[in-house]
Design a protein around this ligand. Structure first.
Ligand SMILES: Nc1nc2c(ncn2[C@@H]2O[C@H](COP(=O)(O)OP(=O)(O)OP(=O)(O)O)[C@@H](O)[C@H]2O)c(=O)[nH]1
Ligand SMILES: [Mg+2]
Length: 248
C-alpha cells in the first residue's frame, strides 16, 4: 500500500499566475509516482483560493503547509500569490493550486475572478480579532456571488496559539456559523503548526472527485468519484503540536 509522501512546490508572481489561470479542477499530464507498471494517470488539479481580512494569517497558513516554517514579521501580500503543491495520495495524485489573496481593501477588485475559477474557498479569520470574524460574511457573500453552492467553503479561525485571554471569537461561534451556512470549519495556528496539516487533509477529502465529497463530505458537487484519499506529507512536523491537537 502506497503512503504517497512526497510533495513539490513552486511559486510564481501574481502576474505569471494570472496568465496561467484555468478551470477549477482539470486533468493534466504527469506520471503517477505510485508505480503501477508505468501507467499514466491523469493529474487532477484543484484551485483553492484563500480569502480573509488583512493580517489574519492566510500567507502564514500556506507557508506552514508548503515549507513547514513561520515568519513572525508581517509582509502584506501584494495582489495575489500563486503556489502549487503536488500531493501523492493513497490512490491518486492531485495538484493543489493555492491562490493567496491580499486582504488589503485596495486589492479587492482583483479577487472575484480568482474565486470564480476555484473549487475550494478557504475563508480565514483571526480568533483574536472579532472584526475579522464578522467580515467573513462579506468574503463568503463574494464566494456565493461567484460560485453559488458549487464550491467547498471552509471557515478557518487562525492564531489559536495566542491563548484564551486574547480570544475574541469562541470555537463555538465558529462552529455555529459553519453549521448555519453549510461550511467546513477548522481552528488552527500557523505559528504553532496546530491543525494546519489537518486543515489541508480536510480540504483534500472534500475535493470534487474524492470519495468523501461523493458521500456528501464537501459542498461542491462530486465529479466522477474515487476511493478514499489519505494524505501523508513527507515533511516531519518538527516540534509541532499537530498530533495532540488535531481537530478533525
Ligand atoms: N501568533 C500568531 N501570529 C500569526 C499567526 N499566523 C500569522 N501570524 C502573524 O500575523 C501577521 C500576518 O500574517 P500573514 O500571514 O501575513 O497575514 P495575511 O492574511 O496573509 O495578510 P495579507 O497578506 O495582508 O492579507 C504576521 O505578523 C504573522 O507572523 C498565528 O497562527 N499565530
Ligand atoms: Mg498574505
Amino acid at each position: 500500500m502506497s503512503e504517497g509522501a512526497t510533495s513539490s512546490a513552486s511559486r510564481a508572481s501574481s502576474q505569471q499566475a494570472a496568465g496561467s489561470k484555468n478551470g477549477g479542477a482539470s486533468g493534466g499530464g504527469g506520471p503517477n509516482p505510485s508505480g503501477g507498471g508505468g501507467a499514466m494517470a491523469p493529474l487532477a488539479k484543484y484551485k483553492l483560493v484563500f480569502l480573509g481580512d488583512q493580517s489574519v494569517g492566510k500567507t502564514s497558513i500556506i507557508t506552514r503547509f508548503m515549507y513547514d516554517n513561520f515568519d513572525r514579521h508581517y509582509q502584506a501580500t501584494i495582489g495575489i500569490d500563486f503556489l502549487s503543491k503536488t500531493m501523492y495520495l493513497e490512490d491518486r495524485t492531485v495538484r493543489l493550486q493555492l491562490w493567496d489573496t491580499a486582504g488589503q481593501e485596495r486589492f479587492r477588485s482583483l479577487i472575484p475572478s480568482y474565486i470564480r475559477d476555484s473549487s475550494v474557498a478557504v475563508v480565514v479569520y483571526d480568533v483574536t480579532n472579532r472584526a475579522s470574524f464578522l467580515n467573513t460574511s462579506k468574503w463568503i457573500e463574494d464566494v456565493r456571488a461567484e460560485r453559488g453552492n458549487d464550491v467547498v467553503v471552509c471557515l478557518v479561525g487562525n492564531k489559536t496559539d495566542l491563548g484564551n485571554d486574547k480570544r475574541q471569537v469562541t470555537t463555538e461561534e465558529g462552529e455555529e456559523r459553519s453549521v448555519k451556512d453549510g461550511l467546513l470549519f477548522m481552528e488552527c495556528s500557523a505559528k504553532a503548526g496546530y491543525n494546519v496539516k489537518s486543515l489541508f487533509r480536510k480540504l483534500a477529502t472534500s475535493l470534487p472527485g474524492s470519495a468523501d465529497a461523493a458521500n456528501g463530505g464537501g459542498g461542491a458537487g462530486g465529479v466522477g468519484g474515487s476511493n478514499l484519499i489519505d494524505i501523508k506529507l513527507s515533511q516531519a512536523p518538527a516540534n509541532l503540536d499537530e498530533v495532540k491537537s488535531c481537530g478533525c
